[in-house]
Design a protein around this ligand. Structure first.
Ligand code: NAI
Length: 294
């Protein structure tokens, strides 16, 4: 089987970029990993190599498969390195202007036929594409964290996105072992729109003194069947990602009160208690493992 995009670029080597790089390499694509923070792309590549090695040690993949995956991922410097890519996936900070600027610069580098996608959780795909010379080849390709385990990806059509681009992306999702869901470009798409209430209402329950967050997490897992409680989910996503998403959806829906972000997350964001990645969120973590309940 020929993979839909033999050579892809992934911009942003954080949690999401690494995960996308992993499943893309496993699908057979050559992956060029780029990050603006010095050394981050190489650290991302090393983390992926270590992960595949662990899978090999556990007997889940054989040595030639591990070596093939590792060989497919390269850390690169500078956007120019992405010139020959068929697809470029952006997974950088959730900021409209940063994403817009990035894609404008990228269009000067890649071929006009290359597909460009954003992994944004909440920003308008149409707004990111505004100002591009070829907006028809631009779409949202929204994965969930952790990417290899969360098997759904939203393919988001902006105002000018061509249906063929969405179809090809959906086919690629299948090649990566994921399943695509098509969504129109609305704030939060499907999952972050429907899921808004999960976080914001839980934060209101804490704010009103009804229950503490560990209790809310426990009851929603035990009684409602959710895999993660809302506060465990906020810790996994990290507040520097999820709080801007809350703000963005709230503003895009013209300050609709039911989407209003919480002062609890705003304060924790200001304090740097972001979640697992800083070792402290609603819970405490050591090497990403929960150590202490509040
Ligand atoms: P992260 O903070 O783990 O990683 C972002 C990376 O992008 C960092 O390594 C940073 O150095 C790099 N970066 C920032 N600006 C850059 C630029 N201009 N050029 C190149 N690299 C740049 O963030 P994470 O969690 O990976 O999120 C990335 C994107 O994915 C955001 O748009 C977020 O909304 C979206 N997303 C996040 C999810 C999550 O649960 N964390 C889930 C789904 C989407």
């Amino acid at each position: 089987m020929t993979v839909n995009y033999p050579r892809i670029g992934v911009i942003g080597a954080g949690a999401m970029g690494r995960g996308i790089a992993q499943i893309a390499a496993q699908a057979g694509s050559e992956v060029l990993l780029l990050d603006s923070f010095a050394g981050a792309a190489e650290r991302g590549r090393e983390a992926l190599a270590a992960q595949w090695n662990k899978l090999h040690e556990k007997g889940k993949i054989d040595a030639p498969t591990r070596d093939a995956y590792v060989a497919r991922v390269k850390a690169v410097d500078g956007m120019q390195a992405l010139a020959g890519c068929d697809l470029v996936v952006e997974a950088v900070v959730e900021n409209l202007e940063v994403k817009r600027t990035l894609f404008r610069e990228l269009e000067d580098v890649v071929a006009p036929t290359a597909t460009l996608v954003t992994n944004t959780s909440s920003l308008s795909v149409t707004a990111i594409a505004a100002g591009l010379q070829h907006p028809a080849r631009f779409a949202g390709f929204h994965f969930f964290n952790p990417v290899p385990l969360m098997k759904v990806v939203e393919v988001v059509a902006g105002f000018k996105t061509s249906p063929e681009v969405c179809q090809k992306l959906a086919g690629y999702a299948t090649q990566m072992g994921h399943s695509a869901v098509h969504a129109q470009d609305t704030p939060g798409f499907i999952v972050n729109h429907a899921g808004r209430g999960y976080g914001t209402e839980a934060l209101r329950i804490v704010g009103e003194g009804v229950a503490d967050f560990a209790t809310i997490d426990r009851i929603l897992k035990d009684q409602a069947g959710f895999r993660l409680g809302p506060f465990e989910l906020l810790d996994l996503t990290a507040l520097d990602v999820s709080h801007p998403v809350m703000e963005s959806i709230y503003h895009q829906y013209f300050e609709e009160p039911r989407f209003r972000p919480s002062v609890i997350t705003a304060q924790r964001l200001a304090a740097g208690a972001l979640g697992r990645k800083t070792g402290e969120g609603f819970y405490r973590y050591e090497d990403g493992v929960m150590q202490q309940t509040p």
